[in-house]
Design a protein around this ligand. Structure first.
Ligand SMILES: Nc1ncnc2c1ncn2[C@@H]1O[C@H](COP(=O)(O)OP(=O)(O)O)[C@@H](O)[C@H]1O
Ligand SMILES: Nc1ccn([C@@H]2O[C@H](COP(=O)(O)O)[C@@H](O)[C@H]2O)c(=O)n1
Length: 295
């Protein structure tokens, strides 16, 4: 029930997803492609929905780096925001505002930012629905030092052809998960992730070593196992080793380029119709109603 696209890349294919690894064969599963999202814009005119790609994975697995590589390879990185055909958003922009007592706990490293309740999933859902409706949206910038939205900065996301959303729990919330046309899971081993998180949090997020390790042991690691890892099963494509996996990134870039080319030629092609072109496998669990929350 899989469609073979090329013979160059080895893919470890389970029934519903791909693990992109060493050279041999590339197989496409229709789970990349089976979303049907029909929206109308604010003028009630049917608008072309962008191709929405979810990128999940544990902390410091390389989600942002993978998205950055995809943008670079598609020549989008240095384009003006208004000119970009591919844009990327972080789920971290949708951390909820903390109550005063939670803020105090966060300052002491005693708040669980890896639990689903730390996010404003309703806001994320509403922004993604607006994006799918072809609207321009404002996405807040998150400040890890103050553990809050930066009140002085936000990013305008202009309508684009392809939108990447990366975050630890982007596949956790069923209503959000169901919006994605393609789901990628960046699968980097825990030791590597911790080794990357420690210097990053110290250098970029204003933490000290003790704080980072305590937070990791008390919240990050248990929450990864309880909430993030179980969502790997929803992925269409699993990317072992993150941004080091050049073969996987090239294949994903190839797929997106194809979509961009086709949507230029055929302006009326919708993300769903494109997705349907590579479709031949039965519905994913969430569409056939067999799954809800991932645990
Ligand atoms: N393949 C890699 N090799 C070396 N360092 C990496 C690699 N991928 C990511 N990093 C570094 O690890 C840290 C976390 O990467 P990032 O892409 O931000 O992960 P995530 O978005 O999953 O939290 C960053 O400092 C980044 O520069
Ligand atoms: N105020 C905050 C908010 C989030 N975190 C941690 O960030 C991680 C998610 O971001 P990644 O780039 O690593 O995917 C998550 O594990 C939170 O623990 C934080 O430390 N402080």
């Amino acid at each position: 029930m899989f469609r073979t696209i090329s013979q160059r890349t080895r893919v470890f294919a389970s029934r519903n997803c791909l693990v992109l690894g060493a050279p041999y064969k590339f197989i496409f599963s229709s789970r990349m492609a089976e979303k049907s999202v029909d929206f109308t814009n604010s003028n009630n005119i049917e608008s072309k929905t962008p191709f929405l790609i979810g990128v999940a994975g544990g902390t410091a697995s390389g989600k942002s780096t993978v998205c950055q590589r995809i943008m670079e390879k598609l020549g989008q990185q240095h384009k003006e925001q208004t000119e970009r055909r591919v844009v990327c958003i972080s789920q971290d922009s949708f951390y909820r505002t903390l109550a005063p007592s939670e803020r105090l706990r966060a300052e002491r490293g005693q708040f669980n930012f890896d639990h689903p309740d730390a996010f404003d999933d309703k806001k994320l859902l509403s922004v993604l629905r607006d994006i799918l409706a072809g609207k321009k949206v404002e996405v807040p910038e998150y400040d890890y030092i103050t553990n809050s939205i930066n009140p002085h900065r936000s990013h305008t996301i202009y309508p684009a052809d392809v939108v990447l959303i990366e975050g630890i729990l982007v596949f956790y919330f069923p209503e959000v998960r169901e919006l994605f046309h393609m789901k990628l899971f960046v699968d980097t081993d825990s030791d590597t992730r911790l080794a990357r998180r420690v210097p990053r949090d110290i250098m970029e997020r204003g933490r000290d070593l003790e704080q980072v390790l305590n937070q990791y042991m008390n919240f990050v690691k248990p929450a990864f196992e309880e909430f993030c890892l179980p969502t790997k099963k929803f992925a269409d494509v699993i990317i072992p080793r993150g941004a080091d996996n050049l073969v996987a990134i090239d294949l994903i870039v190839q797929h997106i380029s194809e979509y961009l080319k086709r949507s230029l030629v055929d302006k009326s092609l919708t993300a769903h119709e494109y997705a349907g072109l590579s479709s031949s496998v039965p519905s994913s669990p969430q569409r056939s109603g067999k799954s809800g929350r991932p645990h």
